[in-house]
Structures are given as structure tokens and as C-alpha cells.
Write a protein that binds this ligand. Structure first.
Ligand code: HMG
Ligand code: MG
Length: 328
């Protein structure tokens, strides 16, 4: 398969012959991957300065224009906990009519779900933790207390016809507790699935996972009755492992991968969490493997360059830098 054969209209091609990897498929990988884009939420929640609501809306529109079809828009959390996303009520209606785009939003509790459903959200995500320390830091609850809060939220969301994602943070390591035992992660995943979540996202919030660990967790989840097609992966690139971990997950059969345009993000309640896997770095690898994402890499890079200008600093994504010739 040639590179041109995957996404014929990619504007990156206009940048010259070096601008696209040669597509060489590898055995045992999926033909298509769905990218769950988290830059507007996971990325911007971590910015020191508040990004104007119009800029956020434009960011989401540009991401959609680049071919992303699942774009996490914002969070209906307490505005004092995450002031960067305090404009959720203003932002969501500005983008909710984008054709062909699913716009998941985070809801931590009943209040968050009410706010999201009142605006017509069709996809929501609850977010649990595999560790007690992060549950306390992020949700002001123990793990079990937060699961008890989520249970009626998930039920009501499902009754309202919404798709529900269940995030699990700190699946591999925790800044306070160190390595996280697999059984702790599996227990929380099972609980979220049992309460009705349609998909799970395994968060390596501080980026300490390595490929063998990823495969171990996926195998353990399968053994405990969680099928691979309900699992997405959410890697951070703190130690440069995000793409290796993604490749391992793809080899296991995972087809939903979270990523953040330009590598924006971290987590306001876990200081050692640095950027998420950059969507551009992911798309580069997937293109090279002949895996379809529907994303126009050129348009996506242009979007991240534009966003970097709004934020006043360059994107940490290697692919964005290489394709836009930014200074290292
Ligand atoms: P709390 O202080 O325990 O809240 O915070 P509470 O239930 O005691 O309520 C206190 C007040 O907050 C009440 O108001 C509530 O109405 C209000 P008062 O009666 O005092 O006037 N309140 C709300 N207001 C607006 N929206 C709401 C809401 N809920 C309560 N939804 C709470 C508990 C969950 C609210 C808080 O801890 C919170 O908002 N946490 C969110 C933190 C967050 O968003 N973190 C980042 C996302 S997770 C992440 O980044 C990881 C992930 O990306 C994956 C990965 O990378 O690993 C997903
Ligand atoms: Mg993240």
C-alpha cells in the first residue's frame, strides 16, 4: 500500500516528499483505529492561563475539519477545581452541532450529568481512579465512594440514551503509591463495566507504563471478562513510551486510542503527569503502518501550530515540530 493510498487528500503531501512516512503494514494490526481526541479537555484543563471560549470553539472546529470524529469537548466539573473549563456551559452549544462529530464531556457526579444533559450532550465520561491517593486528590472521595457516586450517574445517562465512557486513571503507576497492582485496576474496570459503561479508557496518567505491562493488564482484563473491543488506551509520554505502549495495545487488538492534538495536557491533580500522547505522533505512526484514521495530518499540524500560537509556546509534539519546522 502506498502512503497516498490511505488518505488521498492529505494536505501534508503538499509539504514535500519528506512529509509522509512510507506506508508499510505490519502483521496482526487493525485496519482502522478510532482516535479519541482529548486536547480540548485534557489538554486545556492543564493550561495556566484561561483560554477564551471562542478560541476553544475554534480549536474544536479545526480538529473536526482535520477529520477527527470523537472530540472530547470539556468537563462539567466544579469550576473551582478546574477553572480552565469553567466555561463549559458557554462552549458546548457553540460546537454541539458539528456534523458527524461525537463530543464526549466529563461528568464527575450527578450535578455534572445534569449540566451535561441539559445542554443535549450525547456522550459522557465518568472518571475513576485505580488508586486511593488519586481518587482523593481528583474527586475528593475514596475509590469506592467515587464508584458509588458514578453508579446512578451511569444508569441515568444510559436511560437518557447517552454513550458512557469510564476512565480509569493511574492504571500503571501512581505518584504517591508507586506501581499499581493489576488486581486494583481490574477491580475498578469491572465495577465500571458492571454499572453499564460502554467503553473503558485505561489511563497511564503519569506515563510510567511499558509495553509488557500494557499487555499484561489487557490480558488480565480479558481473563476477568472485559473484552478488548470495549477498551481504549490513554497514554502519557512522560518517559517517551506512549507510542511503544500504543503499538503493544494495537497488537493486542485495541482499536480506540486517546491522544491530544499537539501533545497538550497533563493533569492538574497529578503533578508528575506531563503531556498526553500527541495526536500527530500517533497519526504519523498509524499512517506508516497503513492504518486508517480518517485524519488529515497536514490540517491537524496546522491546527496545533495555530493553538501553540494562542498559548504562546511551541507544541511538544515531535511530528508537529518536524512538519512545521519549529525550533527544537
Ligand atoms: P467536592 O468539593 O467534594 O464537592 O468536590 P461536593 O459534592 O462536596 O459539593 C460541593 C459544592 O460543589 C456544592 O456546591 C456542589 O453543588 C458543587 P455548594 O452547595 O457548596 O454551593 N458541585 C458542583 N458544581 C458544579 N459542577 C459539578 C459539581 N459537583 C459539585 N459537577 C467534585 C467533588 C467531584 C465536584 C470535585 O472533586 C471535582 O470537580 N473534581 C474534578 C477534578 C477534575 O476534573 N480533574 C481532572 C479530570 S481527570 C483526569 O484528568 C484524568 C483523565 O484525563 C485520564 C488520565 O489522564 O489518566 C480522565
Ligand atoms: Mg490524560
Amino acid at each position: 500500500m502506498t502512503a497516498e493510498g490511505i488518505e488521498g487528500t492529505d494536505t501534508t503531501a503538499a509539504a514535500g516528499p519528506r512529509a509522509l512516512p512510507m506506508a508499510v503494514p505490519a502483521p496482526g494490526l487493525p485496519a482502522r483505529v478510532r482516535i479519541h481526541e482529548v486536547g480540548a479537555r485534557d489538554g486545556l484543563q492543564n493550561e495556566k492561563t484561561a483560554v477564551p471560549v471562542e478560541v476553544k470553539a475554534e480549536f474544536i472546529r479545526r480538529l473536526a475539519d482535520a477529520g477527527l470524529t470523537t472530540i472530547e469537548a470539556t468537563s462539567f466539573v466544579h469550576p473551582k477545581w478546574v477553572p480552565q473549563l469553567a466555561d463549559a456551559e458557554q462552549l458546548f452549544p457553540k460546537v454541539s452541532e458539528l456534523p458527524g462529530v461525537a463530543l464526549p464531556v466529563l461528568v464527575p457526579n450527578q450535578r455534572g450529568l445534569d449540566r451535561a444533559l441539559a445542554l443535549g450532550a450525547r456522550r459522557v465520561a465518568v472518571f475513576a481512579s485505580a488508586t486511593e491517593s488519586f481518587a482523593k486528590a481528583n474527586l475528593n472521595r475514596t475509590v469506592d465512594e467515587s464508584l458509588a457516586v458514578f453508579e446512578p450517574v451511569v444508569r441515568q445517562a444510559k436511560d437518557a440514551g447517552a454513550h458512557v465512557r469510564g476512565y480509569v486513571s493511574m492504571c500503571f503507576g501512581d505518584p504517591w503509591e508507586g506501581p499499581v497492582p493489576l488486581h486494583q485496576v481490574v477491580r475498578v474496570c469491572r465495577a465500571l463495566r458492571d454499572m453499564g459503561c460502554d467503553e473503558l479508557s485505561l489511563g497511564d496518567t503519569i506515563g510510567v507504563a511499558t509495553p509488557g505491562h500494557v499487555l499484561d493488564l489487557l490480558a488480565q482484563l480479558n481473563e476477568e471478562g472485559v473484552p478488548t473491543d470495549e477498551i481504549g488506551v490513554h497514554f502519557h509520554d512522560t518517559y517517551g513510551q506512549a507510542l511503544s505502549n500504543t503499538l503493544a495495545a494495537l497488537q493486542h487488538g485495541v482499536t480506540t486510542v486517546d491522544a491530544s492534538a499537539g501533545g497538550l495536557g497533563g493533569c492538574p491533580y497529578a503533578r508528575s503527569a506531563t503531556g498526553n500522547l500527541a495526536t500527530e505522533d500517533l497519526v504519523w505512526m498509524l499512517r506508516g503502518l497503513g492504518i486508517d484514521t480518517g485524519v488529515d495530518l497536514g490540517r491537524l499540524v496546522a491546527t496545533s501550530v495555530w493553538m501553540a500560537e494562542q498559548l504562546g509556546r511551541p507544541s511538544p509534539s515531535r511530528t508537529v515540530r518536524a512538519l512545521s519546522h519549529q525550533e527544537q
